[in-house]
Design a protein around this ligand. Structure first.
Ligand SMILES: Cc1ncc(COP(=O)(O)O)c(C=O)c1O
Length: 389
């Protein structure tokens, strides 16, 4: 019987042990035992479905993966130590030497490094399109193109890409369409509905939601996940059972947390819009967002990231950060605590101005990951920091 999102997140549970516990225990074991040689043979030959070794599977990671599979409407999945190991393993399992990728330029920094520094080692090349150049995507496709890749909303400029439009291009050209859905979470957006073959998450962000553990997960079609499983089983990037246990518990409250994050975020965005110290405020569910209509089409809520540009460039951005009293200055996002970053002077400080502008990072751009504190306190802190900047 098909269940609702929240019910899947709570009731998808590992089978009870002989102790009839209500909450799934932590299975801290590297391996599993067999009754006899025949059981061991049949298990390794995959004639029997069971846990063999925690690099391959473990009850805690299986529970976490099963929840994400249900939430995203996928067929299968695999959990990784980090979001980046999910991304690298996914590409490594699909691509062969000489293949080509088409990707939006606005991708997470380490994903950009993978495309430009590491995949070229195997003669795998990537062509980029900018967020406002979706009409160029088809012209970038080559005979050896295998994957079309995007993130939406993008990090840190919260631009929105049209999943349906890009999904249709991937289908028309028989490309594997992969979406990093980390900023939205499956509660807000389910890319498989729009034609994605694989969906990747850094579970470190809103899935954990409390800034405690790292994790990653890829879900999608059975055939592609089978290849990914075999790659991961042999190369070893699996999520630890402890992190899977933490993350599976976190998913039980994902819908509630994301609802509140988004409610706080839109209140903050609406408060800041029109402030005379800012050039613009960008939030997908504000009418002023350049891709607001697309956001409304594919997202249930606007997410927890608000971006704005302070007048006065890099110095004004640094000053704003120095004036913050309550919010955290940290590189993470999707935490209960509101986090403020100034990409031009920190995470993207080593990029040239031209490279930064390509991904929407202007000198005064500030990214706020809105947390779950009382929204009045978040607004008060941002407002006093702006007034003193
Ligand atoms: C959109 C996006 N994808 C992937 C990652 C990488 O995740 P992790 O830090 O868990 O490796 C991040 C991290 O910030 C991210 O923001």
């Amino acid at each position: 019987m098909k269940k609702h999102f929240e019910t899947d997140a709570i009731r998808n549970q590992t089978e009870k042990s002989q102790f009839s516990e209500h909450s799934t225990p932590l299975y801290l074991t590297s391996g599993f035992v067999f009754d006899d040689a025949e059981e061991m043979r049949a298990s390794f030959a995959e004639e029997k479905e069971r846990n063999l070794y925690s690099r391959f599977s473990n009850p805690n990671t299986t529970e976490f993966v099963d929840k994400v599979v249900a939430m995203e409407g996928a067929e299968a999945g695999f959990a990784f130590a980090t979001g980046m190991s999910a991304i690298f393993s996914t590409f490594a399992s699909i691509l062969n030497a000489g293949d080509h990728v088409v990707s939006c330029r606005s991708v997470f920094g380490s994903t950009h490094s993978m495309f430009t520094k590491y995949l070229p080692k195997w003669n795998i090349t990537t062509s980029y399109f900018k967020v406002n150049e979706v009409d160029l995507v088809e012209s970038l496709i080559q005979p050896n193109t295998k994957v079309l890749y995007i993130e939406t909303p993008t990090n840190p400029a919260v631009d929105i890409l049209d999943l349906e439009l890009i999904g249709n291009i991937a289908k028309k050209h028989n490309l594997i369409f992969i979406v990093d859905n980390c900023f939205a979470t499956p509660y807000i957006q389910q890319p498989i509905k729009f034609g994605a073959d694989l969906v990747i998450h850094s579970a470190t962000k809103l899935m954990d939601g409390q800034g405690r553990v790292l994790g990653g997960v890829t879900v999608g079609s059975k055939d592609l996940i089978r290849e990914l499983y075999l790659f991961a089983r042999n190369t070893g990037p699996a999520m630890s059972p402890f992190n899977a246990w933490v993350l599976s518990k976190s998913l039980e409250t994902l819908s509630l947390r994301v609802e509140k994050h988004c409610q706080n975020a839109i209140e903050v965005a609406a408060f800041l819009e029109g402030n005379e110290k800012l050039n613009f405020v960008k939030y997908p569910f504000l009418k002023s967002h350049p891709q607001h209509e697309i956001a409304k089409k594919q997202m249930k809520l606007g997410g927890n990231i608000v971006a704005f540009e302070i007048k006065g460039g890099i110095e004004a951005g640094r000053k704003f950060l120095n004036n913050i009293k309550m919010c955290s200055l940290s590189a993470n996002l999707g935490d209960t605590r509101t986090i403020v970053t100034h990409p031009a002077s920190t995470t993207h400080g080593r990029l040239s101005e031209e490279d930064r502008l390509e991904v929407g990072i202007t000198d005064g751009l500030v990214r706020c990951s809105i947390g779950l504190e009382n929204v009045d306190d978040i607004i008060k802190d941002l407002n006093q920091a702006l007034n003193n900047s």
